[in-house]
Design a binder for this molecule. Structure first.
Ligand SMILES: Cc1cc2nc3c(=O)[nH]c(=O)nc-3n(C[C@H](O)[C@H](O)[C@H](O)COP(=O)(O)OP(=O)(O)OC[C@H]3O[C@@H](n4cnc5c(N)ncnc54)[C@H](O)[C@@H]3O)c2cc1C
Length: 501
């Protein structure tokens, strides 16, 4: 992904063209995070001066430097922050140096590759932007890839495809392999392969003291467990080694339905029962605002739905499985044999930058009661529904414990739930959040109470919400490890796991 300069921009695509509409632009400050940082102006100058002495000049940026705005810009424009300094490393040693200096000044540290998962303001802190670290090494015989933290999935997918292999990538290919995998990584083919974090064989990390560590199932095994799910709470990942799959093609794509949503939901409920784990799908309901410039006139004010399909079996079998859904006459249908390298077309996520309000959760099951609640909260007759409500089918390999346990879990939900509203105007955030809360209230007992780490948003900054991303005993273990490895909570500009008291 090429980073966008900050500023007001509108990136709109019609649903008919395969994407959901997004409006980018207006940026909001994050007062909670500003309070979070205790750095003073004097510290800021001292930090920048020391970083400049220790690192080549062009790797340290402060306000006023030409590249400062480009390096602090994020895909998600909900947070507009001004870190005291930005380090743009060319090597893992630069990261170690920067962390040692920040640690000396007790300055909070944020890590960013793309800003797809920005959660807190790094105002007054140190931002390490890894986006220029782009090394990919593929071991075709072992089916593994070792990637630097700036590598995007689009880059790894292309490199792996040259060897007939594929990574466990998510819906958007312009996220970093490292950021996604450190939060679990829910792949488009998740039911077939499980979480991306389940396939990591090695992690290189710079810890809170600025020490470089190599983590494997047998070396620093507790940290190896924690960083696969714990995101940046334990340090900066400088390389991840992960398995690749011998996969060059899929039977995949999406179908757009412009009516008959209750019937579609019932058919989808039946379809997902006892389904082979080679089939992973999601269903997104889109309530198109009446004034949305992103949609053609006839679709405005309508409730649409899009089925996203990724089948790792053959086309004949896939076609047979999808017959009951095709019988509902989708207005558009792109599901066909496709190369894995085209996987981004299945979800057609927006290129960004975007400004949205988002919430996520998980459904216990898609039983009749849940289906009724979903329709009440997001169907054609819903009162002020959120714009985008997606349920993504879990189970299969996602429900199984990995060979080397990690902090990803619980694994018993039937569907991931993702809710979003395009929010170009921060003044309307409160109303949109109320609308989303209404959906969560209606779904109530159908929810597991869990949210996957990668689906926590800037809305989920509190300790209570972060806690819900983990199994209770895992969360306790994470806080204990946090106390051991990051006692001063330097890595707190994230979905923070605080050190145990
Ligand atoms: C359009 C879209 C589609 C998505 N689809 C999926 C999906 O299908 N499945 C899924 O699981 N997730 C999905 N996500 C969520 C995404 O995987 C997470 O937001 C992920 O953290 C993005 O990583 P990043 O590095 O690109 O983003 P950044 O915002 O740069 O980083 C987000 C966080 O990742 C961690 N991180 C990044 N780099 C490092 C590092 N070097 N060391 C330690 N921690 C690091 C940090 O905690 C950081 O705050 C999607 C997000 C978007 C916006």
């Amino acid at each position: 992904m090429s980073q966008q300069q900050p500023g007001r921009r509108t990136a709109l695509k019609a649903a008919g063209a395969g994407a959901l509409a997004v409006a980018a632009g207006a940026m909001a400050a994050d007062p909670a995070s500003a309070q979070h940082s205790t750095t003073t102006i004097r510290d800021e100058h001292a930090l920048a001066a020391q970083l400049r002495r220790a690192l080549p000049d062009d790797r340290v940026l402060v306000r006023g430097d030409a590249a400062y705005d480009a390096e602090r810009a994020a895909y998600h424009r909900v947070i507009d922050h001004h870190p005291a300094a930005i380090v743009v490393p060319c090597h893992a040693d630069d990261i170690a140096t920067a962390v040692r200096i920040a640690s000396h000044h007790r300055v909070p540290i944020a890590v960013q590759a793309t800003g797809h998962g920005i959660s807190r303001s790094a105002h007054g802190g140190l931002l390490i932007n890894t986006r220029h670290l782009k090394r990919i090494r593929i071991d075709a015989a072992k089916h593994t890839a070792a990637v630097s933290p700036g590598v995007l999935f689009s880059e790894l997918i292309d490199a792996a495809a040259a060897h007939g292999l594929a990574p466990a990538s998510g819906s958007a290919v312009d996220v970093s392999v490292t950021g996604y995998t450190s939060g679990g990584g829910l792949p488009v083919i998740g039911r077939t392969v499980g979480y991306a974090a389940d396939h990591v064989t090695r992690v290189d990390l710079v810890d809170a003291k600025g020490r470089r560590r190599r983590l494997t199932p047998h070396r620093d095994a507790d940290l190896f467990w924690a960083v696969r799910g714990g995101k940046s709470n334990f340090g900066v990942i400088t390389e991840i080694e992960t398995a690749l799959f011998p996969l060059t093609r899929l039977y995949g794509g999406n179908m757009l339905f412009t009516g008959g949503i209750p019937e579609l939901l019932r058919a989808y409920q039946k379809f997902t029962r006892n389904l082979t784990e080679r089939m992973t799908t999601s269903l997104v309901i889109v309530n198109v605002p009446t004034d949305s410039p992103a949609f053609p006139d006839p679709l405005r004010g309508k409730t649409l739905a899009k089925l996203r399909v990724a089948f790792t079996g053959n086309a004949t079998e896939g076609e047979k499985l999808l017959r009951p859904l095709r019988a509902l006459n989708p207005a558009q249908d792109s599901v066909a044999e496709m190369p894995y390298t085209d996987i981004a077309k299945i979800y057609a996520d927006p290129a960004g930058p975007i400004r949205t309000r988002e919430r996520a959760g998980a459904l216990r099951a898609l039983d009749d009661t849940t289906l009724r609640r979903l329709l009440r909260a997001a169907g054609p007759d819903a009162d002020r529904p959120p714009m985008i409500v997606e349920i993504r089918h879990l189970g299969g390999a996602l429900a199984r414990a990995p060979k080397h346990p990690n902090a990803v879990g619980p694994r018993d939900a039937a569907f991931n739930l993702f809710v979003a509203d395009v929010a170009p105007d921060p003044g309307k955030d409160t109303a949109l959040e109320a609308r989303q809360q209404q959906l969560f209230d209606i779904l109530g007992p159908s929810l597991t109470g869990h949210t996957q780490p990668n689906f926590l948003t800037d809305h989920d900054k509190t300790a209570t919400r972060v806690r819900r991303a983990y199994r209770p005993r895992d969360y306790e273990r994470l806080t204990t490890l946090k106390r051991r490895y990051d006692r001063h909570n330097l890595f707190r500009v994230n979905h923070n796991i605080p050190p145990a008291a």
